[in-house]
Write a protein that binds this ligand. Sequence first.
Ligand code: ZN
Length: 196
Amino acid sequence: MPGGELPVADGHAVIPTINRLLDTRFRHAFATQDWHPPGHSSFASTHTNRQPNDAIPLPYGLQVLWPDHAIQGSPNAELHPDLDSHRIELIIRKGWRPELDSYSAFLENDRLTSTGLKGWLADRGARRLFLCGLAADFCVAWSAEDAVRAGFETFVIEDATRAIGMPRPDGGTSTEEARDRLQALGVTLLQSGDLL
Ligand code: ZN
């Protein structure tokens, strides 16, 4: 959130939209929460001579480094206080293993370690998933990708997301790259007004 440790520009603007969505037609709702121990491997400060936004090889692949954020139990790890959480049945905490980051709500960044969300959704009979939140080009995109691969009909509510928009070597941004990737996978991009 703006003013926080890992701000996404205009990130707070998604909250009223998400609250309206939560108050409408969805049968079940879950959230995710970054929950990192101090010295987490995704923090630039953990590595010598590294800056946020650098990418380094870790045993499971290339990992982008971030400012220290969402330390377990700290106020900055809390969900936004204005988020209407009474409909949220489950909060998946991710990134709690010191050596492994997690963007997706389904699989940690080694793309193997499950968060348990797929089983929870299956037990509740979910077939369609609508995703929103921060950041569109990282945690939301990776979650949508895994949701499709797990067999869910997957939607991203674009005006209920905001992106980091990291520059890419080819001149594009992570936002455009993520959008293209999701559309190629069959994720439906829609607006909250299509649902409200
Ligand atoms: Zn994180």
